[in-house]
Design a binder for this molecule. Structure first.
Ligand SMILES: Cc1ncc(C[n+]2csc(CCOP(=O)(O)OP(=O)(O)O)c2C)c(N)n1
Length: 1245
């Protein structure tokens, strides 16, 4: 037998030495070594590692040869092994007395033989191994079963755990063969259920996959079952085996299985009783004083308060300084009183129905926020506790809270969540029912959204309003949603306070150790109805019959501790009466309160921001040309050559175009946006842009993050390297969620006023999946909770034939929710009118038409003396529209935001000749502008852009009305009549008109008819709608104009042909830049009759009209010269004609009018930014020297006076290597515990 084994060892050694890795032989050899390892364990050899590795085989072979020569020359244990007496070894080792009784020899030889026989099969016929005696097979099977049983308890024990204090759900105890009442039912043990119960006293060696033995390696089967039963099927049901991380499962196993690990000391028990007394006492007191008031009491889940308290204590001990809590109604007042320690008198005063001394609508008491900074007496450390105000909409506070926590971490430079910790308290029905829970969970491990672990506490009262779980969810547990992020879930019976507190400890330690989400599901009940006035017996009769018979948890626990001698009855009674007195005193105090202040319930105070500030002062938003130049240069340059960053060629072309724009002192949309961001970063304002695909931009216009074309996750973001002491810039592609991500950014914006926080929708249409956040937080947050936010929503919006769901940002909804009174003409003579108007409205709604206005608008967001959400309807085709460009002078110190852009062309210059005054907003202006040319009505039709819709610019509107006293008044919009701005502007125009007594005009609508669908998906219909709109404003094209345009087309085509033949090199490229995605569909409809003028189109990456596109319209130089350009372009060299001829220009018909006075050289500079001439001046080369300088002088950000955001970690590296998970926020010393598990050689559990 031993000879046989030795032969096997020698074979193993040889096979390993020969490097036959991956072969069957090799695998079998390894198996055999493992078997020998088991043998060694069984024999009492404990240095298993050295025994088991391949090299040891040589050693063993040597020993064997030595032993053959002289058996005494080797250690006795080897002698026993080689001579085949190894069975005696176990006996020889002193074992506990119990072990001698029925020690089951571990399955040594059988496994080894199995390996050998396998090897034989694989190698095609070695000598046959002797058959194993039947008793050995039994041994092997028994050990396997023990392993399987242990694993069954670990992974399925929670199914049999005693979690329900009502005893309605959960397993029934069954009597085992030994007479023990056990929970573990067939669903846990499955096929092993009856297998071994006939031999409960058999002794087994515990496998390494369990720690139930503590220091003991051997236990009887009975003891194994009892321990597993206690751990996994008691009052805690732990779900953790779904976690794919071995480190984490081992950690949890260790915490639960180690004997004695879950015990509390006497002092701890006493403290727990005291806290439970407060929790229950608070609800009892409220019930006594306000029996019919809604308070959403915690009775039945009272233990939640001591649990949260334990989390707070433990986390503060571990270094957490700020705890943010998000929760709904249930138990909220109790949390405020007993966790935050908001004075109870303040809470009680909310019941008195007092008037508020400050403005706002206020909110019900169980929605209010709280911010408390206090000394944690258990740890003697200061801790900030925030409960974020929330709406009724359950669970929607989650992402808001997470965003706020993330921002606080950023502010504090907390790069791993060691100082800031979020806790979210859920209801069982809402946790499983609300989709936002899932969306928020999925943010938990994203680099730019992680909060390094959130502690989720479910106050599970087993009913949602009146619906019981069988009808409110399909999953077994309400917490199953947390499994998507591999969170461990601890279900615990609410009537076992000690188990609950142990769970609280474990989840806190887990979060500290792993920085990941974790869940406690406190399974309790609801002693009253949904609210205190509800009769629960209507719908849950049987449940409530049981509840009525149950003693409160406090009483049960007090009885237990009295029995254990931890407290005496009189001590407990004293605890209860002490707390009652505290409440009574607070009650007396609260009666003296005569008014309330909403602002004393603010959850996000901004200390220092408002003090000493003139809130009505609107600071200038323009910046110096030098600043523009610096930002422009950097934004248009690739990383310096020394970094050897391989950028995409298409990107280099885009950068070259940007370089050209900077040289020409003109900015397109992306440059305008970059100017806003860059200049704010320079001023120490942290900028964060988040949303789906925002790094590149849905329409491929932004390209803030350049990707190395040869190396994975190597990126470059020029806006991060503008100035050495700039604030950090975060641009982050989000998960595909609107609701959670918008909520997150709103929360982020609440943390500090010194940041510009922007959420961009992929298309504005999709913002309706975030409607709850928009309605309940952004639109009304300030009114309800006196809390400001400057969050910006960028919603791509415009009718471009892209169908019902890619057209409308639903402007009408935002405008409908705006709270400025349409019937009140404000005091426009007030010197602070503009600021006052901004300050008093709930949000700002803009539909901007120029990059400069976007720049000023974004900068105004942080230059105002207060914060207000901004909803901006962003363009799509305008992102590349040649007319939608602004000269640098529109960004300089003398410039400012234009709420309304008047007509500065011939019509504006001679207003008396104007027959129609057309007000419009956004992209439609460019359509009207072009059509006015085609219709030759530049002198008779004035086009006025309302850039800021809300608050309505009454002063500027009135000026326009006065300027054109004889003109017919029109509001033209591309949206359907029931959409867009019409319903909002109409009554306000009326109010403005009524203000003037002499005025007899009213404004009429021009646009699409009402429709339930925001846009057609049919291009033909889109175009016919467009034509109808144009006709309604300008009438039919006259025959002369038709003829003229026809001739223009021909001329243009001939010219283009000639140009193409004479200058092939300057021909526009026929395909978009490689790698870049197509820009949005053009404005205009595709199929059309010739001679019908088209709305202007954006260039499509230089691509000419597609096959289905209509024939080009004619635009001749002469007519172009007559036309007026949009004002923003009237003063500089950036000519539309230049664009028309440019390499990226669309077909001539789509080009805007050219100015004859444009200098050809200027035009040329625009014409072909992709030409070799431009490429010759490679941006990298051009920037080389300056970039080098910048590089050299780009230290890490330094603190500045602009708020703590400057202190937040910036990106000191020029080229960033993106981590797979966290964006550089984990310090080197804080190694991700997961990292070790990425090693595929590590064993799987
Ligand atoms: C999004 C949303 N839908 C419906 C409601 C109405 N509502 C208020 S409480 C409640 C039951 C919530 O049950 P659960 O989450 O278990 O919490 P509990 O009240 O039982 O603590 C419902 C349906 C709501 N507030 N929010």
């Amino acid at each position: 037998m031993n000879q046989c084994r030795l032969r096997s060892l020698v074979r193993i050694r040889r096979s390993l030495a020969l490097g036959l890795r991956g072969t069957d032989h090799h695998i079998l050899a390894r198996q055999a070594l493992r078997t020998i390892q088991t043998t060694a364990q069984g024999c009492g050899f404990h240095d298993l590692d050295s025994f088991a590795n391949g090299c040891s085989a040589a050693y063993i072979e040597g020993l064997y040869n030595k032993w053959k020569r002289n058996p005494k020359s080797v250690d006795e244990s080897w002698n026993e092994l080689f001579s085949g007496n190894d069975r005696t070894t176990a006996k020889r080792r002193p074992l506990p007395a119990s072990h001698h009784r029925k020690y089951r020899r571990p399955p040594v030889e059988r496994t080894a033989m199995k390996a050998r026989s396998g090897a034989r099969t694989a190698s095609g016929g070695a000598s046959a191994a002797p058959a194993a005696p039947p008793s050995d097979w039994k041994n092997i099977d028994d050990h396997h079963v023990i392993q399987a049983i242990i694993r069954a308890y670990q992974s399925r024990g929670h199914l049999a755990a005693d979690l329900d204090p009502l005893g309605i759900v959960g397993p029934k105890k069954v009597t085992s063969v030994d007479g023990t009442q056990r929970h573990a039912a067939r669903e846990v043990l499955r096929q092993h259920y009856s297998y071994i119960f006939n031999d409960l006293n058999a002794m087994f060696k515990l496998p390494s996959s369990t720690m139930i033995g503590g220091d003991q390696q051997f236990l009887t089967l009975k003891e194994i079952l009892d321990r597993l039963e206690r751990i996994y099927c008691g009052h805690i049901g732990v779900e953790y085996m779904q976690i794919t991380s071995l480190t984490k499962t081992n950690w949890i196993r260790d915490r639960f299985e180690k004997p004695g690990g879950l015990d509390l000391t006497k002092e701890e028990k006493k403290l727990l009783l005291e806290r439970l007394t407060r929790s229950t006492g608070f609800e009892n007191f409220l019930a006594k004083k306000f029996s019919s008031e809604k308070r959403f009491g915690l009775e039945g889940c009272d233990i939640m308060i001591p649990c949260i308290k334990e989390v707070v204590d433990r986390a503060t001990k571990q270094g957490v300084e700020s705890i943010l809590i998000g929760m709904a109604h249930r138990g909220r007042l109790n949390v405020l009183a007993n966790i935050c320690r908001k004075p109870i008198a303040d809470i009680l005063s909310q019941f008195h129905g007092l008037k508020a001394t400050d403005s706002g609508s206020g909110d019900v008491k169980y929605h209010l926020g709280v911010f408390q900074e206090r000394l944690n007496r258990q740890t003697n450390r200061m801790v900030r506790i925030t409960v974020v105000a929330n709406p009724s909409h359950l669970e929607h506070v989650n992402p808001v809270l997470l965003g706020k926590a993330r921002a606080e971490m950023f502010q504090r430079g907390d790069t791993c969540g060691s100082k800031v910790m979020p806790i979210i308290i859920h209801g069982d029905a809402s946790f499983s029912g609300q989709g936002v829970v899932y969306e928020s969970m999925h943010l938990s491990d994203l680099p730019s959204y992680t909060t390094y672990g959130t502690i989720h506490i479910v106050s599970n009262n087993q009913v949602g309003f009146t619906t019981d779980p069988r009808f409110s969810r399909s999953s077994r547990y309400c917490t199953d949603v947390a499994k998507v992020v591999n969170a461990p879930i601890l279900h615990v019976n609410a009537d076992d306070p000690e188990a609950c507190v142990q769970c609280a400890r474990i989840v806190t330690d887990y979060r500290t150790r792993f920085r990941k989400d974790v869940v406690i599901d406190i399974v309790g009940y609801r002693r009253n109805g949904h609210n205190e006035a509800d009769e629960p017996m209507f719908t849950q009769p049987l449940m409530y019959q049981r509840i009525r018979k149950l003693k409160p948890c406090l009483q049960l626990y007090a009885d237990k501790l009295i029995k254990e001698g931890v407290v005496t009855d009189s001590e407990f009674k004293a605890m209860v009466s002490n707390y009652e007195k505290i409440c009574e005193d607070a009650w007396t105090k609260s009666k003296a309160v005569k008014s309330i202040k909403y602002s004393s319930w603010i959850d996000s105070p901004w200390p220092g921001f408002f003090e000493g500030r003139d809130r009505l002062k609107l600071c200038p938003t323009g910046v110096s040309t030098d600043t523009l130049k610096t930002i422009g240069d950097m934004f248009s340059s690739p990383p310096p050559p020394e970094h050897k960053f391989e950028a995409h060629k298409g990107i280099l072309r885009i950068l070259a175009q940007r370089t050209q724009m900077v040289q020409d002192k003109v900015a397109d949309w992306s440059l305008g946006e970059a100017f806003a961001f860059g200049s704010l970063l320079k001023e120490g304002i942290h900028v964060r842009l988040s949303g789906q695909d925002v790094e590149r931009g849905t329409f491929s216009h932004r390209h803030h993050v350049l990707h190395h074309q040869a190396e994975d996750k190597v990126v470059y973001n020029s806006l991060d390297h503008l100035y050495p002491d700039q604030a950090p810039y975060s641009v982050c592609n989000s998960s595909l969620s609107e609701c959670a991500v918008l909520g997150f950014e709103h929360g982020y914006s609440m943390a500090s006023p010194h940041a510009l926080v922007i959420w961009e929708g992929q298309f504005g249409d999709f913002c309706n999946t975030a409607q709850c956040i928009i309605d309940t937080f952004i639109a009304s947050g300030e009114t309800k909770w006196v809390r400001q936010s400057g969050v910006v929503m960028l919603l791509p919006h415009s009718m471009e034939g892209m169908g019902p769901e890619h057209s409308s940002g639903r402007m009408e909804r935002f405008l409908q929710m705006s709270d400025d009174d349409p019937d009140v003409y404000p005091d426009t003579c007030d010197a602070d009118f503009v600021a006052r108007q901004l300050m008093s409205v709930n949000w700002i709604v803009t539909n901007l038409s120029t990059p400069a206005n976007l720049f000023h608008c974004l900068r105004r967001q942080v230059n105002m003396g207060f914060r207000k959400p901004l909803i901006n309807f962003s363009p799509k085709s305008l992102l590349r529209h040649p007319l939608a460009r602004s000269p640098f002078k529109d960004f300089n110190e003398c410039s400012s935001f234009q709420r309304l852009i008047p007509d500065k062309g011939p019509a504006g210059k001679k207003p008396e000749g104007v027959k129609k005054l057309v007000f419009c907003s956004g992209k439609v202006y460019y359509d009207l502008f072009k059509e006015r040319d085609d219709h030759q009505q530049v002198e008779t039709v004035a086009l006025v852009r309302v850039e800021q819709l809300c608050p309505f610019p009454y002063d500027l509107i009135s000026q326009q009305l006065e300027l054109y006293p004889k003109a017919e008044l029109l509001w033209a919009q591309e949206e359907h009549k029931n959409n867009g701005g019409w319903f909002y502007v109409q009554p306000r125009f009326d109010t403005a008109l009524l203000k003037n007594e002499k005025e007899s005009r009213c404004i009429s609508y021009r646009g699409r008819p009402p429709s339930s669908s925001p846009a057609t998906g049919n291009k033909v219909q889109h175009y016919s709608e467009y034509k109808a709109l144009i006709k309604s404003v300008f009438g039919e094209l006259t025959p002369e104009n038709k003829k003229r345009l026809e001739e223009q087309i021909k001329k243009q085509q001939a010219k283009a042909k000639a140009d193409a033949q004479s200058k092939p090199s300057t021909k526009p490229p026929s395909t978009p830049p490689k790698g870049g995605s197509s820009p949005p569909a053009p404005t205009g409809p595709q199929p059309r009759k010739p001679l019908i003028s088209m709305p202007s189109r954006p260039p499509r990456g230089g691509k000419q009209r597609s096959g289905s596109a209509p024939a080009p319209d004619v635009v001749d130089e002469a007519s172009a010269a007559r036309n007026t350009e949009p004002d923003s372009l009237a003063h500089d060299g950036a000519s539309p004609s230049a664009w028309k001829r440019s390499g990226s220009a669309p077909a001539p018909s789509l080009a805007p009018r050219a100015s004859a006075s444009r200098s050809p050289s200027k035009a040329q500079t625009y014409r072909n930014p992709l030409s070799p001439a431009h490429d010759g001046v490679a941006p990298s080369t051009r920037q080389k020297s300056s970039s080098k300088k910048r590089l050299g002088s780009a230290p890490a950000p330094t603190p500045s006076s602009h708020g703590s955001f400057r202190n937040a970690p910036s990106n000191p590296e020029f080229i960033k290597r993106r981590p797979a998970k966290d964006s550089g926020s984990r310090s080197k010393t804080q190694r991700n515990p997961e990292e070790s598990e990425l090693d595929p050689t590590k064993p799987e559990h």
